[in-house]
Design a binder for this molecule. Sequence first.
Ligand SMILES: NC(=O)c1ccc[n+]([C@@H]2O[C@H](COP(=O)([O-])OP(=O)(O)OC[C@H]3O[C@@H](n4cnc5c(N)ncnc54)[C@H](OP(=O)(O)O)[C@@H]3O)[C@@H](O)[C@H]2O)c1
Length: 227
Amino acid sequence: MAPPATPPSHDPTVPRAIGILGSGDVARALGAGFARHGHDVRLGSRDPTKLADWKKGTPGAVAIGSLAEAASHGEVVVLATHGDATEAALRLAGLERLRGKLVIDATNPLDFSHGMPPGLFVGTTDSLGERVQRLLPDSRVVKCFNTVSSLQMVDPKFAEGAPRLLICGNDAEAKRVVDALLREVGWPGALDVGGIDGARWLEALVPLWMRIGLAQNAFTHAFKVVR
Ligand SMILES: NC(=O)c1ccc[n+]([C@@H]2O[C@H](COP(=O)([O-])OP(=O)(O)OC[C@H]3O[C@@H](n4cnc5c(N)ncnc54)[C@H](OP(=O)(O)O)[C@@H]3O)[C@@H](O)[C@H]2O)c1
């Protein structure tokens, strides 16, 4: 008999149930990837029927539902919504459903109104991460995944080795859990840049990330700190 596939590595400190608000590339990549690593995932959308084919083709414990159902499902909830729709999506999900939870914010406040490359609709003195934290004062918001492509979010593959992924947030324990989650899904861990106000700079990296992608016509890169 063939040996069993390598079992997913479960860090007991990382909650199993993850809700993801979103139906786009990020939600799908994180949903499939977390499920591959043994998580019990529910994606939420205003119109979950658009996720039916994705659910059918995705192995593991994946479910779909409304934004409210995804928010209720997750002990950890990931925000994977269009930047300027994030606050609206949170209100649709029900802010009270996120009280006390770890909220991983993967969103970016990209402004494409002047074409490519994008700018930001908030920045330097505020950020989308901070707006989310203000909207959810009783949640522990950690900015994470926003500086890499959806293609690299789980089991990343970089020719020069994966860097520690940039994160920030106000709650040390929440960031420790995110660090453990990152290690579980193939990263060497997190590079913590401080409080949620660090989102001003993690988000500001993304127009730069886009410029680098356009210059090299490749979009699977990430930022690495070297000494
Ligand atoms: N794509 C990437 O590689 C990448 C990488 C890093 C970070 N990000 C960031 O991650 C987020 C998600 O990106 P994405 O490319 O997966 O998808 P996206 O196209 O930016 O956003 C799609 C999601 O936004 C929701 N949405 C749009 N308008 C809405 C509204 N008025 N009210 C409520 N929800 C609304 C959609 O909800 P419905 O399902 O209800 O339609 C859908 O779930 C963005 O903030 C993006 O900047 C993207």
